[in-house]
Design a protein around this ligand. Structure first.
Ligand SMILES: Cc1cc2nc3c(=O)[nH]c(=O)nc-3n(C[C@H](O)[C@H](O)[C@H](O)COP(=O)(O)OP(=O)(O)OC[C@H]3O[C@@H](n4cnc5c(N)ncnc54)[C@H](O)[C@@H]3O)c2cc1C
Ligand code: SF4
Length: 442
């Protein structure tokens, strides 16, 4: 259940980009908060943390109370304090933006309170009295962890099945190391599990080692938190050459293993989303001199966050806008990316071909969906490969719920945490309704 020692992993060479607040700085920042009554920062948080309340508690030096307010809403509040794109969530919604003054550093204040809670070993929640109900959860990522913790508070026994050797899902294997290292996510997962009564079966692939039918017959409800599948490919020549990887796969290796990058001086990342931006910032941060991002659209059409793009540009990443790769060439190992420029409709422009030298090519054009494993499950439907659920995470098949990337298509850790918790409440409501003879599953 442990990752290799941090010092041996490539990710260890990154420092935290955002420095933590110390006590005096945290109290001073907390005292700037206007404690708005109809706080827009709360509405911008998918887990609806009572932000003014936790900030007020920091201002009175009540760190324990502050951390409890955070974890009550979001049990992954420690990692979310580091990994949330606060610029487009709570901080982006802070009223100070309209006053043309610096918004409250909500993420840093959240980190201040939750880090102290972790360092001091505080725990806040206990499992409820046993209900006799058993819930299976597929995957040990943020969505399942949040769901399992909430289910335990209601007293339901949980079993998590995880195909990998590490806990935490993409929160462990995908997050840029300058935001958070893998071991922090793993220790957060262990802290969440310390509520007790959550049996974790690592190295078990549902659909392969244990069938979906088995889960259904052995458990009273099932939560699907499988996330997304492997990196998508472009379908061009040369994608199997050495040095060509899916970006998510490469980031996982960079975070968990020691990579030899000594012969790599030129990297090309294909894509324009947040994974592509993470990949260019990470390869650049690892000292690769020439890093180019190849994106088929224009700057105003890219799905990656503007603040991440600004940082990538400042760090010296080059970007080829409105261009795509047509082939990867090299002898055994990739050496060149053949490219073509695209017009406004993303059609190739005749005669605009060019090449970029590269010893590393990362494909960051999306991840496949894991919908195929549920093909035989009548009642579980899909929408563009995402599991279709209602607002409570109910799939339409009796006692089956889903949340996180597999149903939202790929969002943030905080969305997985919110959706896992919501589904846990729906499962509990379903059990309660069954007890009273009513029939509800939503
Ligand atoms: C490169 C990258 C960077 C990211 N950076 C950020 C960021 O900075 N901030 C942020 O908030 N979000 C970020 N995200 C998104 C975030 O990581 C995800 O939204 C979040 O982890 C989704 O949680 P989940 O539980 O739905 O799925 P996952 O985290 O993907 O977890 C799913 C788990 O299910 C397991 N599993 C899958 N199939 C099976 C099976 N059949 N049987 C058993 N187990 C199975 C998987 O091994 C995995 O552990 C990033 C994503 C990527 C790819
Ligand atoms: S919007 Fe800003 S000032 Fe208002 S409560 Fe939230 S953090 Fe404080």
């Amino acid at each position: 259940m442990t990752t290799p020692p941090l010092a041996t992993r490539t990710e260890s060479s990154f420092e935290d980009f955002k420095l933590p607040l110390m006590r005096d700085g945290a109290i001073a920042e907390a005292n700037r908060c206007l404690f708005c009554s109809d706080a827009p920062c709360i509405k911008a948080c998918p887990t609806a943390i009572d932000i003014p309340q936790f900030i007020r508690k920091i201002s009175t030096d009540n760190v324990h109370g502050s951390a409890k307010t955070i974890f009550e809403a979001n049990i992954l509040g420690m990692s979310c304090a580091r990994v949330c794109p606060v610029e487009v969530l709570c901080v982006g919604a802070c009223v100070y933006n309209d006053l043309h003054q610096p918004p409250i550093a909500i993420g840093k204040l959240q980190r201040y309170a939750t880090d102290i809670a972790y360092e001091r070993g505080w725990t806040f929640f206990e499992a409820g009295p046993s209900s006799g109900k058993r819930v299976a959860l597929i995957g040990a990522g943020p969505a399942s962890l949040a769901a399992a913790h909430e289910l335990r508070r209601f007293g339901h026994a949980c079993t998590i099945f995880e195909k990998r050797a590490t806990l935490g899902g993409l929160n462990t294997t995908g997050i840029a190391p300058y935001k958070m290292k893998a071991d922090r996510s793993v220790s957060e997962a262990e802290w969440i599990l310390s509520i007790g009564g959550i049996d974790v079966k690592m190295g078990v692939t549902i659909g392969q080692d244990v069938s979906l039918a088995q889960l259904e017959s052995e458990f009273d409800a099932v939560f699907i938190g499988v996330g997304l599948g492997i990196d998508s490919t472009l379908g061009i020549a040369g994608e199997t050459l050495m040095g060509v990887h899916g970006a998510v796969e490469w980031i996982e290796r960079m975070k968990l293993e020691a990579l030899d990058l000594s012969s790599i001086t030129r990297a090309v990342v294909i894509g324009g989303g947040n994974t592509a931006l993470d990949a260019v910032r990470e390869t650049r941060g690892l000292g690769i001199a020439n890093v180019t991002m190849l994106y088929r659209g224009r700057r105003d059409g890219m799905s990656g966050y503007a603040h991440e793009l600004e940082s990538a540009l400042m760090e010296g990443v080059s970007i080829e806008w409105q261009a795509t790769a047509t082939a990867l060439t090299g002898e055994g190992r990739v050496q060149r990316v053949s490219c073509v420029r695209l017009d406004q409709s993303k059609r190739p422009i005749a005669g605009s071909d060019f090449t970029i030298d590269a010893d590393l090519v990362l494909m960051a054009i999306g991840q496949s969906k894991l919908s195929a494993m549920f093909d035989d499950m009548h009642g579980i439907a899909f929408d563009h490969g995402r599991i279709r659920v209602n607002a409570n995470g109910f799939t339409g098949r009796k006692r089956w719920y889903a949340g996180g990337d597999c149903s939202n298509g790929g969002m943030e850790v905080v969305n997985g945490a919110a959706e896992g918790k919501r589904a846990a409440h729906a499962i509990h409501a379903c059990f309660e309704a069954e007890k009273s003879g009513a029939h509800t599953h939503a």
